[in-house]
Design a protein around this ligand. Sequence first.
Ligand SMILES: [Ca+2]
Ligand SMILES: [Ca+2]
Ligand SMILES: [Ca+2]
Length: 502
Amino acid sequence: MGRTVLSAVLGMTAFIPMAFAQEAAAPAPGAGEAIPLETFSGKVLATGLEGPWEVAWGPDDMLWVTERAGKRVTRVDPATGEAKPAITLDEVLVDQQHEGLLGLAFDPGFGKGSGNDYVYVTYTYDSTPADGDEQDAPRAKIVRLTWDADAQTLGEPKELLSGIPAGNDHNGGRLAIGPDGMLYRTQGEQGANQFGNYCKPIEAQRLPTQAEVDAQDWSAYKGKVLRMALDGSIPPDNPEIEGVRSHVFTYGHRNPQGIVFGPEGQIYESEHGPNTDDEINMLQSGGNFGWPFVVGFRDDQSYAYANWSAAPDCASLTWTNLTDAQSVPADVPHQEESDWDGDFVEPLKTLFTVPSGQNLEDTACGELFFICRPSIAPSGLDFYPEDGAIPGWGGSLLVTSLKGGAVYRFKLTEDGNWIRDTDRLFDTVNRYRDLAISPDGRTIYVSTDTGGLAGDALGGATDQMANPGAILAFTYTGEATPAAGGEDASAPESDVDTGNGG
Ligand SMILES: [Ca+2]
Ligand SMILES: [Ca+2]
Ligand SMILES: [Ca+2]
C-alpha cells in the first residue's frame, strides 16, 4: 500500500522536483506508536545523472555521487540539487549494468588541513594488452584522487591496486575506510554459474596462493572482501588464511554491494542472494561466508549448490537458476547445504528465507518472475547514528533494495551484534542503488539506477523506472529524538512502522 501511494506521487512527477506530504512538525510518537508515513516528506533532488552508484555526504557538506555510466564524480548541492562534475575518468570501462565507476570513499584527513584531501574510487577498465586475449579484458582498479578546493575539481590520479578481477556481472564495488584506517573493497564473484556465465566455476572459495601474491596475481580475489592500507599494500595484520596473507579479509561472498562500520568497529556487509536469502553479515577477519555451498543459514531451504561448470558438457545444457534436484539436469553435480560441513559465518539476517517447495515462478511478475522472488537485491548500506534525529532509529542499519525500490531499516540490539527488527520505507518504482544520511539525521538521500527491472506499483514487475538516474531525498518532519546522544530508550523501537507494511 505504501508503495502504491508513494510511487504514484513520485511517479507522476518524474524529473519534476516536488515536495509531497508536507506536514507541520508532528509530535514525536510515544512508545508503542508508529511513525506515520506522512512524517516524511519526499522530493526528487536531482535528475539526469548517468547511473548514480555511490552517494556519500562529503566533508564539504555536498553529496558526492559516482556516475557509473557517466564515468564522473559529481557533487550535488543538497539544498538546490545543482550537480557539479568534479572529474571525468575516461579510462572507465562501461557496459549495461555492472561495469563502470563504482565505489567512492573519503580519506579520514579530508578537509582537515592534513594535506590528505583525497578521495578513493574504484572502477572497471579494459586491461587487454595490445596482443591480448579479449576474454580476460575487464578488470577493476582502485585509484586515489586529490581534491583541489580552489578549482573545485579532482585530479592527480594515483593507482593503488589494479588487475582486480571484474566481469559483466556481480562486480561488488563498494569502497569504505574503517575506523582502523584501512580501505575495504567488496568483490563479487562475477556472476559465475548463472546466466551467460553459467559454465564458469564460482571462485568465491578459492584462496590466493603465496606464489600468486608474490607475483601480484590477484585473480583469486573473486567473491571476497579486500582490506588494504591507503597506499594499496597488504596490511601486516590482515588474516593469514590457509597460510597465506593477502588483501583477502573475508571470502565466500556472492555479490557484496554494501559495507559500513558500527560505533564499536563492527563491519556490516550486505550481499545479494540468488532467489532467496540475501544477507546482512557482520564481517570477521579471515571468515568464510559460505557461498556457494550455503546461502543464509545451513537450513536446506530453497537452495542447493548446482555446479554447472562441473557438468561434462555444460555448454549443451539449458541453464536454470532453480536449484531443486528435479529442476537441475542429472549431469550437474548437486549438493544440499547440509552436504557441506565446512565452517562458515552465519548472517545476521536473511532477506528472505522461504521453505523448500515454495513455487518461485508462480507470481504476479509474469515473465519477469525473478523480480517477485523473495530476495530484494540489497545494495548500499549505512549506519544510522545513535544521536540521529528520528525517534527510535538510533543504531539501525539502512539498506537499499534494487528490486524493491525501498529502504529497509534494521534496528540493531544495543551491542550492535544482532538485528532486532525490520522496517520497510520509501517505496517507489525505482531501483535504489545507494544512500547517504544528512549529518542531522533528518534526511535520507537515495540514488536510483538509470534503467533495469524493479517491482511495480501493483506487485508485479516493470522496466519503466519512475525516477531514473536521480537522487531522491526523504526528510523526517516530525519532532526529533528528545535527547540527542543516544538516549533513545524512551523512543519506540521494535514497533516503529511507517505504515508501509511489508
Ligand atoms: Ca553511500
Ligand atoms: Ca553467506
Ligand atoms: Ca540456506
